[in-house]
Design a protein around this ligand. Structure first.
Ligand code: SF4
Length: 89
């Protein structure tokens, strides 16, 4: 049996510290002293925040946020194709 979870991750190389994500998703993201995001709880996403998390991913101006689906031995990344506002699955 495979157990799959989706996690929110930030690419620290791509992130430019705009802070939009923390404004959209204060329940999961705070900013460090330099304005870069710190994601709570290892990136786990409560079901009630799924929509808001997807919006934060698509609205990040640097496209630095990713949703990662992690199964027992498989990791896939889901990101928003530029300009589409939609996430691939
Ligand atoms: S919105 Fe994007 S670029 Fe800005 S702090 Fe968050 S992850 Fe980084």
């Amino acid at each position: 049996m495979t157990h799959t979870t989706t996690q929110l991750r930030v690419n620290p190389i791509a992130c430019s510290g705009h802070g939009v994500c923390a404004e959209l998703l204060p329940e999961l993201i705070t900013l460090d002293e330099w304005g870069y995001p710190v994601i709570a709880d290892g990136g786990g996403i409560p079901p009630r925040l799924t929509r808001t998390v997807r919006r934060a991913v698509t609205d990040c101006p640097a496209l630095a946020l990713r949703l990662t689906r992690r199964g027992n031995s498989e990791v896939t990344q889901m990101s928003a194709p530029a300009g589409t506002g939609k996430l691939g699955t």
